[in-house]
Design a protein around this ligand. Structure first.
Ligand code: SAM
Length: 336
């Protein structure tokens, strides 16, 4: 994004200096062009920011947006606006989703599972990895997500750690949280609707131990399982950046189920539903992209808190992570 802005600024500066000695009319034209470029930058910034809302849940359409914006701005400010307009008109998010849902007979959970076992797996195991096979947007998401994980670990460490206690990490992904928890001595049961993600988490845990990390007394379990199928009782239940796959009417039951598994503590994160993020998400949805295989749902903090309260939990800690392309609200709740 910065590179794009710099390109545009460069053109404006060149135009200005070439016209320093021109008559007043030229100066007016120059100001008009500067204004146009600045408008384009604002549109670009808004559009790129829009896709960020989707980041926590595999909707990094920003990759598509970014390359689209790059081409538009390189072609000139007027062309960029036209290009953006064409993209917006051509995109029909509802139609795209219908096509995507048709492949799973309208089963949203199945669509999420399919996505995270195929294309989504390829995308997210890179984002949640350490290699440099990521673009700038993905790198930003990686860094934002790492901050969320660090915040959770920081809370837990400050509260005495989890060594010797049981933890269920629901929707564990590639193990970004489950693995450090296990290596801190917790008995971790990690699960994910995607067998590919759970399998990758297992591999990463084994690689960490092979590289010298001390294995816990109880090795972590990584299972392919949707979170509604998780049973048992755990000292702490964690569920990071999974709620974006749940519409509000299903989120209540989802939180209720996670709470029923937690003896003491539930840590959950979600993309916050505020007017600002809602508008940005709507704009982001107008753009096509291979990562848009699933719907993304934002959640009002009051709704999440009400669900937690209904399940007998009270929120004791809150955090927000917001980078350029990643937004995630984090809550820690304990039994009331
Ligand atoms: C954005 S990733 C977050 C992964 C992990 N929690 C983390 O923060 O690193 C979302 C994960 O949730 C999983 N997921 C989505 N819906 C799920 C469900 N109903 N049950 C279990 N896992 C689910 C996906 O397969 C994906 O791995």
């Amino acid at each position: 994004m910065q590179a794009l802005a710099n390109k545009t600024n460069g053109r404006v500066k060149a135009f200005s200096s070439a016209n320093r000695a021109a008559p007043r009319m030229r100066a007016v034209q120059c100001r008009a062009q500067q204004q146009q470029s600045s408008n384009v930058q604002q549109v670009a910034a808004a559009v790129l920011a829009a896709a960020a809302v989707c980041a926590p849940a595999a909707h990094a359409a920003t990759e598509v947006l970014q390359s689209g914006m790059d081409m538009g701005l390189a072609a000139g400010s007027g062309a960029a606006v036209v290009g953006l307009g064409a993209l917006l008109v051509a995109a029909d998010p509802q139609k795209r989703r219908e096509q995507q849902m048709a492949s799973t007979d309208g089963d949203e959970l199945e669509a999420v599972k399919t996505y995270f076992n195929t294309e989504g797996f390829n995308r997210w195991q890179k984002i949640y990895g350490e290699t440099d096979e990521v673009n700038k947007v993905q790198l930003d998401i990686r860094q934002g997500h790492a901050q969320t994980v660090e915040k959770v670990l920081g809370w837990l460490d400050a509260e005495g750690g989890l060594a010797g206690t049981s933890v269920a990490d629901a929707g564990c992904g590639t193990g970004s949280l489950a693995i450090p928890l296990a290596l801190r001595g917790a008995a971790v049961s990690a699960s994910d609707i995607s067998a590919a993600m759970a399998g990758e988490a297992q591999k990463r845990y084994e690689a960490a131990v092979a590289a010298g990390a001390a294995a816990p007394a109880t090795p972590p379990k990584f299972e392919a399982m949707d979170l509604e199928s998780v049973t048992g009782k755990y000292h702490t239940v964690t569920c990071l950046d999974v709620m974006i796959h749940y519409p509000q009417d299903k989120a209540d039951a989802m939180i209720g189920h996670l709470a029923s598994l937690a003896e003491q503590r539930l840590i959950i994160s979600f993309a916050p539903k505020t007017p600002y993020y809602s508008v940005l998400k709507r704009i982001g949805e107008l753009f096509p992209g291979p990562s848009k295989a699933t719907r993304a749902y934002l959640h009002a903090e009051a709704d999440v808190e009400a669900s937690l309260q209904a399940a007998g939990f009270k929120v004791v800690k809150r955090e927000m992570t917001a980078t350029k392309f990643y937004f995630s609200r984090l809550l820690e709740a304990v039994r009331a």
